[in-house]
Design a protein around this ligand. Structure first.
Ligand SMILES: Nc1nc2c(ncn2[C@@H]2O[C@H](COP(=O)(O)OP(=O)(O)OP(=O)(O)O)[C@@H](O)[C@H]2O)c(=O)[nH]1
Length: 938
């Protein structure tokens, strides 16, 4: 029985022991988890303490900087007050007892945690430092009444339950640790002896149903030594007595050397200020800055900057940070060296670009611009130019050919490429009409002839209107253009005063006239202006129809007219020639229909065509400025159709067609080919003879006009560079002239013929002489105009130009040559003609000189003492140095002297001294051969 009981007791004991063992294992695990949680809590608190310290240091630095800044300026009253307040505040802070600082820290988390619901709080208050020494009983009262409404007491800190910490250590960041009364409480600030581990309230049944407070774990009574024989009560975690060394043998509070001076375990307040080990207190406390020194001294006049080595070192650190310099480790030092090594530039890393073709726009280019175009240095280019015999500087202008030579030396092709101008764009808009788009157009006829031979009367009759009566003095004062209808076909007539408009148009390169009607009065026959008209028409290569007018007059003699016309190359058809001659009368209308018929017949032969379905293009016949309507221009449409609203450009004038008025004074909306029409809308008055072009883009027309305003006059003069005797040869050389146009005027017809024949005989295979006009009489403005239009030279014999002609010739740069002797005129022309021919040269040997002595003279180089053996030696002639009949040098003499005198030449039999240009290799026995190049006369 006893055995049975013993067995049962043993069994019970074994079971209890195993239960205790399990409990111990569980407690150990919980303790480990608790320890980990406390470690995290501890590190978090340290981090917060460090942040707080850094923040305070920053504030202190800002204050110091502010003090520094203010030291530079006089303080005003407000600033003084603020300074004073700050000083007082600092002084009061300094006067506060150091131990209070942790208390303040403890209050801070307490305030924060007061916001947490009370139910979650453990029964544990945070207490101010003054209460820390109060007996535990008083503390118990706080514990017993967690909802204590007493506002004077500090709110209970948020304290997570042990179970919370253990089960979810990471869920809630651990709050700052409140200060706990030393020696009064167990782990986590629990009042000692009030509760068991893990927050169980005292007096409650403990684990395994044991009454708490009655016994410790494993059934030991409270107040008895606990597990492992440690004294009960007043004990910290794991039953260690408070005031004794805490966990891991750290010294208890109040003792020097430990960071947890009071309270055991982890719950000790951080009140110890001294001690080794983990010195956290200095980090938590406000770091003691070195004394900041304000340099401002009101007793000193000048501010004295004091050296602050720490400031300097801070600045250096900052500078190194800014430079991404993280320290002085080996890597960085090596990196620094590498950084200082010169990196190849982007340019160096790029593959060299070889320029193969360069372009230049103008006729010349400066060396500086050429360097940019071909990518060579100025010195390289200048060197090349020097070798070509051109002493250029960087600002020198060189022509295209020279630049091309230089470029070819660099293996670069230089090409001309004109920049696209608005004018070029305008030209680019033009196009040749396709055959299928062309339609027959009316002929444009110019009536020409001598004064009072009946031009206006004939037109008047044709138009069935009386223009003559309205004209002042019965003389045509303006250029008119009229369109008449003949059996359903149209003919446009131009009425010109003399030949000015005609020549003016020619001068501008425009050709308005298709057919010229030469009016010759049957009673007056051929007169000077008749001849001029013939020559103009011929020069313009316009077919001529002769209207023998005033046939109604009794003294009309058409045969005489026909006879006289033959002298000017016009042979009437009925006389076996090709010129159509129609006898007419502007008074009676006789033959007028025949004339119109002949005009249409001639037009048919010419096959005049135009494309009406394109933008209009024509020539300005006349233009004027109307006070009411602004610039007005009469234009003869040559191609296309002009509409109201079209953008137009003519010479320097541009604009938009505002209105079109036909020859009957009617407003029309459009005008087709060969129609004369008056245009309103130009912004300026164009010139007679200007080409009018309608463009699709009014911006382009304005641009063209602007460009022309800048260039047109100069370019016209340049293109109209007149022929003269002086430039004849160069013009021929440049290929500009293969035909030389002449106008010959003389005092008498006999001289005219003589000069004309002599001149025409000068024609050769290379240059053809063409006499545009020859007549007896003074050189007139018309002659000059004609010469200007056809780039001709005027030859005058025994006559002088009149004032207007002289002025015109000067203005238009027409070369007018006057002679009193015919042979002189012929001789001059012959010389000019020779200039046109390619000159030929031959070598003419002058003589030889033998070198008998060679001297070396300082400053002069080698001087050869020679004896002229034959012929002569000339200073400016060419020489060859022969050694054993082999040419060793060819060039020129640099000096030729006889005794001490410079001489131009030295004859045979004389001794002389000579030196060669750029050559010093002269030896005794050498022979100097002297020669000149002579032009071979043609
Ligand atoms: N009898 C006669 N007189 C004519 C004829 N044609 C013109 N006249 C007269 O000749 C004069 C000159 O005629 P215009 O028509 O003015 O001559 P034009 O060539 O135009 O003269 P400008 O305008 O000065 O160039 C006028 O008095 C006309 O009446 C004609 O066929 N018969």
């Amino acid at each position: 029985m006893a055995n049975v009981k013993l067995k049962d007791a043993t069994k019970e004991l074994v079971e209890e022991a195993s239960g205790i063992l399990e409990e111990a294992t569980r407690i150990r695990k919980e303790a480990d988890g608790l320890f980990d949680a406390l470690k995290r809590l501890d590190s978090e608190m340290n981090r917060q303490a460090e942040e707080e310290a850094a923040r305070r240091r920053q504030q202190e630095q800002m204050k110091a900087q502010s003090a520094h800044t203010k030291a530079f300026t006089m303080l005003d009253d407000d600033e003084k007050q603020m300074m004073e307040a700050a000083r007082k505040e600092e002084a009061s802070k300094a006067a506060e007892p150091a131990p209070e600082k942790p208390v303040k820290k403890a209050e801070e988390p307490a305030r924060k945690e007061a916001e947490v619901p009370v139910a979650e709080k453990p029964a544990e208050p945070a207490k101010p430092a003054a209460e820390e020494k109060k007996p535990a009983k008083k503390i118990e009262s706080y514990v017993a009444t967690p909802d204590d409404p007493d506002p004077s007491r500090p709110a209970a800190p948020k304290k997570p339950a042990i179970g919370q910490i253990m089960s979810r250590p990471g869920d809630n960041p651990p709050p700052a640790r409140p200060a706990r009364p030393a020696g009064q409480q167990g782990p986590y600030g629990r009042p000692a002896g009030q509760q068991g581990p893990y927050g169980r309230p005292a007096g409650q049944p403990g684990q395994y149903g044991r009454p708490a407070g009655q016994q410790g774990p494993y059934g030991r009574p409270a107040g008895q030594p606990g597990q492992y024989g440690r004294p009960a009560g007043q004990q910290g975690q794991f039953g260690r007595p408070a005031g004794q060394p805490g966990q891991y043998g750290r010294p208890a509070g109040g003792q020097a050397g430990g960071p947890r001076p009071q309270g055991g375990g982890f719950g000790g307040g951080r009140q110890g200020s001294a001690g080794g080990g983990r010195q956290r207190t200095p980090e938590l406390a406000v770091p003691m800055e070195k004394e900041r020194v304000s340099n401002y001294d009101p007793n000193k006049k000048n501010y004295i900057r004091q050296h602050d080595p720490e400031h300097v070192s801070r600045n250096r650190k900052q500078a190194s940070k800014n430079a991404h310099f993280n320290g002085y480790d080996d890597e960085v030092i090596r990196g620094g060296k590498r950084a200082r090594a010169k990196k190849p530039s982007a340019q160096q890393m790029m593959a060299p670009i070889k320029i193969e073709t360069a372009y230049m726009a103008g006729d010349t280019i400066t060396v500086r611009d050429l360097t940019e175009k071909i990518g060579k240095s100025a010195s390289e280019i200048i060197k090349k130019l020097f070798l070509l015999g051109n002493m250029a500087t960087i600002n020198s202008e060189i022509d295209f050919d020279t630049a091309q030579l230089v470029c070819s030396d660099f293996e670069i092709t230089l090409e001309r490429k004109q920049e696209q101008t608005a004018e070029a764009a305008l030209v680019a808009e033009d196009f040749d009409d396709a055959e299928e788009n062309l339609q027959p157009r009316p002929p444009v006829v110019t009536i020409m002839g001598h004064v009072d031979h009946g031009k206006t009367s004939l037109l008047d009759y044709i138009r069935k209107s009386r223009v003559t009566a309205g004209e002042a003095g019965g003389i045509t004062q303006h250029i008119g253009a009229y369109t008449v209808d003949v059996d359903g076909r149209k003919i446009t007539f131009l009425d010109t005063p003399g030949h000015e408009a005609f020549t003016a148009m020619r001068a501008r390169g425009t050709q308005a006239t298709d057919i010229a009607v030469l009016v010759v009065a049957a009673d007056d026959s051929v007169m000077p202006q008749t001849v001029e008209s013939i020559n103009h028409a011929k020069a313009a290569e316009v077919p001529v129809i002769v209207a023998i007018n005033k046939m109604d007059k009794p003294d009309a003699n058409p045969d005489r007219v026909k006879q006289d016309l033959t002298q000017y190359g016009l042979v009437c058809e009925d006389w076996g020639g090709e010129t159509i001659c129609v006898p007419v009368s502007a008074v009676t209308g006789q033959g007028v229909d025949d004339l119109l018929e002949m005009i249409l017949l001639q037009a048919d032969m010419l096959q005049l065509q135009a494309n009406p379905n394109r933008l209009g293009k024509g020539v300005i016949i006349e233009a004027k400025l109307d006070k009411a309507r602004g610039p007005l221009a009469t234009v003869l449409l040559q191609n296309g159709t002009l509409h109201v609203g079209d953008s137009i450009i003519a010479g320097l004038a541009s604009g938009k067609v505002r209105a079109l008025i036909n020859d009957k004074g009617e407003r029309v909306s459009e005008a087709g080919p060969s129609m004369p029409v008056e245009i309103m809308g130009f912004d300026d008055v164009p010139s007679a003879g200007d080409e009018m072009i309608a463009v699709g883009d009014d911006h382009l027309s304005r641009q063209v006009a602007d460009e022309r305003r800048e260039k047109i006059k100069a370019s016209r003069e340049a293109t109209m560079a007149k022929m003269s005797m002086e430039n004849l040869f160069s013009s021929i050389e440049a290929g500009k002239v293969t035909t030389l146009n002449l106008i010959i005027k003389a005092d008498v017809q006999g001289s005219v013929e003589a000069v004309k024949q002599a001149m025409e005989k000068l024609s050769n295979d290379e240059v053809k002489i063409r006499v545009l006009h020859s007549a007896a009489g003074a050189i007139t403005k018309d002659d000059v105009n004609l010469a200007s239009a056809f780039n001709a030279i005027i030859i005058g014999f025994n006559i002088r130009p009149d004032a207007s002609a002289r002025e015109a010739a000067e203005k238009q740069k027409v070369d007018v040559r006057m002679y009193t002797v015919i042979y002189k005129a012929i001789e001059d022309m012959e010389l000019a003609m020779k200039g046109m021919l390619e000159p030929e040269y031959r070598e003419v040997l002058l003589g030889h000189a033998e070198v008998r002595n060679v001297f070396k003279i300082t400053g002069s180089g080698i001087i050869a003492g020679c004896y002229v053996t034959d012929g002569k030696v000339q200073r400016n002639a060419g020489v060859r140095l022969l050694r054993d009949n082999v040419v060793v040098f060819e060039g020129k003499l640099s000096s030729l002297r006889h005794l001490k005198d410079d001489v131009k030449e030295m004859a045979a039999g004389y001794e002389c001294g000579m030196s060669l240009e750029g050559h010093n290799d002269i030896k005794e026995g050498d022979v100097v051969e002297c020669y000149i190049m002579e032009e071979i006369p043609r």
